[in-house]
Design a protein around this ligand. Structure first.
Ligand code: HEC
Length: 133
C-alpha cells in the first residue's frame, strides 16, 4: 500500500515534470524561432516589393529623372513642357523616345541611371513627364 502510494506520487511528479519540461521547451522553441520567422516574413515582403510592385511614373521621375529633367540640365526636355517634348514626340513617337531612354541618347544616360527600373517603369516616368503637354 505504502509502496503503491510512493510510486503513485513518483509517477505523478514524473508526469508533471515531463509535461512542464515539454511546455518549457515548446515555449523556448517558439521564442527561438521568432526572430527568424519575422525576419523571413520581412525579407519576403521586401523581395515582393522589389519584384512585383511597380513604382508609379511620378515616383520614378522624382527619384531618378528630376535631377536633369526638372530644370533641363544638359538640354534634357523639362517636366510637362510641351515645347521641349513635342518636337521629340512628333519625330520619334512615344515608343521612339522610350527606346532612347532605355538605351541612352547623347547626355541622357541609359534608363536615366535607374538601373533597377523596369522598361514599363521608365515608360511610366516618360508618360508622367509628358502628361498634359
Ligand atoms: C543625367 C541627366 C539625366 C537623367 C538623370 C535623366 N535624363 Fe533623360 N535626358 C537627359 C538629356 C540631356 C536628354 C536629351 C538628350 C538629347 O536628345 O540630346 C534626355 C532625354 C530624354 C528623353 C527623350 C529621348 C529622345 O529620344 O528624345 C526621354 C524619354 C528621357 N530623357 C527620359 C528619362 C527618364 C524616364 C529618366 C528617369 C528614369 C531620365 N530621362 C533621367 C538627361 C537625363
Amino acid at each position: 500500500m505504502k509502496v503503491k502510494a510512493v510510486l503513485g506520487v513518483a509517477l505523478f511528479a514524473l508526469g508533471m515534470s515531463t509535461t512542464f519540461a515539454q511546455e518549457m521547451s515548446n515555449e523556448e522553441i517558439v521564442e527561438r524561432i521568432k526572430p527568424y520567422g519575422s525576419l523571413h516574413v520581412a525579407g519576403a515582403a521586401a523581395a515582393d516589393a522589389g519584384a512585383s510592385a511597380a513604382r508609379s511614373g511620378e515616383d520614378v521621375y522624382n527619384s531618378a529623372c528630376v535631377a536633369c529633367h526638372g530644370s533641363g540640365v544638359l538640354g534634357a526636355p523639362r517636366l510637362h513642357n510641351g515645347a521641349d517634348w513635342q518636337p521629340r514626340l512628333d519625330e520619334k513617337g512615344l515608343d521612339g523616345v522610350w527606346q532612347n531612354a532605355l538605351s541612352g541618347i547623347n547626355a541622357m544616360p541609359p534608363r536615366g541611371t535607374c538601373s533597377n527600373c523596369s522598361d514599363d517603369e521608365i515608360k511610366a516616368a516618360i508618360e508622367y513627364m509628358i502628361e498634359g503637354i
